[in-house]
Design a protein. Sequence first.
Length: 68
Amino acid sequence: MTLTRCDVCCDVLDGIDDGIVYDCSKEVHYKLGIEHICEDCLNGSDDLVLTNPAPYAYVVEIKGDNYE
Ligand SMILES: [Zn+2]
């Protein structure tokens, strides 16, 4: 089991029972310093949006660069 920490609320989640943690794009990591974000924090964010570039691959991007 892989444990991943949300870089926003610092909760540690296992990706299954405790909640989902999404990977952020390099741009998000560079600009905001966030590598991983949980579903709750993502839903509460106005700046970040979940994209689906490939089947079963989800990446968090900064809203506005691609969605304006
Ligand atoms: Zn979080």
